[in-house]
Design a protein around this ligand. Structure first.
Ligand code: AMP
Length: 249
């Protein structure tokens, strides 16, 4: 079985996001970037399938500027066999990423594609679903457990109020939720080994995909600052304030 995992390079989840002064976007220059956390979970799941002997090959794909190769090296150090970098320097919207992944699926013919449930920069939660629709493949989104059987995958999904179990025919698309696994840290020997693993470089044009954005960002602003709280001296004052000022009762 061949597994393809999509990994996005995003602002590190520990960084305090700053908005550019012209409100066009968030600041990314001189900011620590890392692999999207849900994609680390996707790679970890792929590596576990390799270790279990269920998967024979694990390929990591990243779409974006040159430094995406660092993200791919991280995936290779965690255990992926090879990388594919689709280089583009402009914003790539989820639909364009899904079209690029579809073209790579046509070349690589994987049995399973694993993506994160969402990228923590755009919070779109769209790419996996769009890819499944474009391929006309079954999808198991928000997976908290994945088990592969003969020609099928069983995915336990985290839904409101409980867990849903779905059985999908392979090939299929799975997107990861937080509780699927805990990603490993790459060991130093594996980081060294990853330097020798191959990364193919492609462009969207090589894959016949037009990545022209379809959406226009009007402006990006910081969230409103939280107001300081106050102490009230009695329950009666609290109730009065909730009624007349907060207007919540
Ligand atoms: P999104 O739909 O943008 O929230 O992203 C969902 C998932 O799609 C991510 O967790 C990645 O697995 C994948 N993805 C999105 N954008 C990219 C990208 N530029 N390169 C590789 N994978 C991506």
């Amino acid at each position: 079985m061949k597994v393809l995992v999509a990994v996005k390079r995003v602002i590190d989840y520990n960084v305090k996001i700053r908005v550019k002064s012209d409100q066009s976007d968030v600041e990314t220059s001189n900011v620590k970037m890392s692999m999207n956390p849900f994609d680390e979970i996707a790679i970890e799941e792929g590596v576990r399938l390799l270790e279990a002997g269920t998967a024979k090959q694990l390929i990591a794909v990243s779409v974006g500027p040159q430094p995406c190769q660092e993200t791919l090296r991280t995936a290779l150090a965690m255990g992926a066999d090879r990388g594919i970098h689709v280089k583009c320097d402009t914003t790539v919207e989820p639909l364009a990423v899904a079209k690029i992944l579809k073209a790579i699926v046509a070349r690589e013919k994987p049995d399973l594609v694993i993506l994160g449930k969402q990228a923590i920069d755009d919070d779109s939660n769209q790419t996996g679903q769009m890819l499944a629709a474009l391929l006309d493949w079954p999808q198991g989104t928000f997976a908290s457990k994945l088990a592969l059987g003969d020609g099928h995958a069983v995915v336990i999904r985290e839904v409101d109020g409980g867990l849903e179990t779905v059985k999908l025919t392979l090939p299929c698309v799975v997107t990861t939720d937080l509780r699927l696994n805990t990603p490993r840290y790459a060991s130093l020997p594996n980081i060294m080994k990853a330097k020798k693993k191959p990364i193919d470089a492609l462009s969207p044009a090589d894959l016949g995909v037009d990545i022209t954005p379809r959406l226009t960002t009007l402006k990006v602003v910081e969230p409103a600052k939280r107001q300081a709280g106050i102490k009230v001296d009695s329950v009666a004052t609290l109730v009065a304030k909730l009624r007349t000022e907060a207007k919540v009762i």
